[in-house]
Ligand binder design. Sequence first.
Ligand code: ADP
Length: 253
Amino acid sequence: MESMIRAEHISKTFQDKNGQVNAVKDISFSIEKGDIYGIIGLSGAGKSTLVRCLNLLERPETGNIYIEGKNLMELSPGELRKERRDIGMIFQHFNLLMQRNVADNVCFPLEIAGVRKKDARKRALALLERVGLGEKAKAYPAQLSGGQKQRVAIARVLASQPKILLCDEATSALDPQTTRSILSLLKEINREYGITIVVITHEMAVVREICSHVAVLDHGCLVEEGAIDEVFEAPKTEAAKQLIFNAFQINSK
Ligand code: ADP
């Protein structure tokens, strides 16, 4: 069976004032349907760049990205736009439209996709119920807590019925209790809708809590990868050992 996501020899470089930065170096890996896949590494390791390559928000210079066997690198701009509808994304700072109320935020991608206003609204309200925010449909983002804002962002992304959800530090701006509630919600979404989830985080507890698999990045290279229990119980590389052991030392203080 085709993997949900297959990255083959992905490399991405940037130019900055000090010269060339090799943000992602020849990375290959696969994510299977229904996985919750964590990507960990120190700040600057290339996590964000790698994940942004998966939907070609960043276009890698080399390599191919296959979504259920279809190579995104070979698609026309129109075909790529269509494929991208299957790949949702949520962010650390939620990226809500501050001038629109909660329901209108959730309706927004549906309007762009040409869904009738009445149908969009109905779907938005059902999703807001699902994420526990049925009563906040008319509130504005500024009136919500961080956790509630992330729930709106999750409802909004679900509105497009994605196959894949990319989460870039989605809980990093939240307190531990709110983090737990958002993680439970992501887990439920993964189970109920069968959505494959990719999680970038610097919080090891988050990875251990929800991920089925994990990849470790170090200076742009994928240095270790596997089932969560294998990697967390017996990390092989220095980079993985440092991330995992340091995190649990800090947590046990
Ligand atoms: P992480 O998500 O692991 O913190 P990033 O993918 O954000 O890492 O960054 C990897 C490297 O690429 C860093 O050295 C960063 O400074 C560099 N980088 C990322 N985006 C850009 C950009 N748009 N322009 C120049 N350098 C960038």
